[in-house]
Write a protein that binds this ligand. Sequence first.
Ligand code: C5P
Length: 224
Amino acid sequence: HPDRPLAGRSALVTAGPTHEPIDPVRYIANRSSGTQGYAIAAALAAAGADVTLVSGPTTLPDPAGMRTVRVETAHDMLEACRAALPCDIAVCTAAVADWHVAPAPQKIKKTAGAPPPVLQLAPNPDILATLSQPSPTRPGLVIGFAAETEHVVPHATAKRLRKGCDWIVANDVSPGTGIMGGTENEVCLIDATGCEHWPRLDKTQVARKLVARIATFLQTPHPN
Ligand code: C5P
């Protein structure tokens, strides 16, 4: 049906930040409102896809018409993504923390005169790279995001190859663009053939345009 071009398809979307606990009251996180990811999940569902939204902590309500799995850490986000496989489409919009620490079981106390605690950072799994790895359960279309502050297209093109995903949606999040936490986005869609620049659009319009591209891609026959 033309209104529901993704009927019968399943999609996984990661969104929001992750929180990596330092102790029971403190955490490490990236800035992310979740807005663009939730909008993509909603647009996929509106196009008829069976959507699992794996969301880190956000202030946004669970969207209607999909399964929302709430997680806190990158480790939990990866496990929730694995549990959502197999699926046809994966869109990784989450701002995953790059590192975690071994959390202290009790609140770390400030002791007068004592040196401040030193955090020993350990790397988190890369969810996009993991989902992109060749495997019988690899989604047919894996899409990542690249938030850059300069040299957007070359950086994002390199990122696409490094992560092994099919497409990268790249944007410039420099201070002054108003994109971080804002309602609009201006992106380039990068695939194996090159880069397509989209005009500045509302995040919901970016989501709809991306979903239209996904539908066209899945309707087109592909070698292997
Ligand atoms: O490496 P960088 O964070 O710039 O890459 C951004 C892309 O990779 C986004 O699609 C993000 O969701 C994904 N990512 C991920 N797991 C990580 C780090 C990034 O899925 N640990």
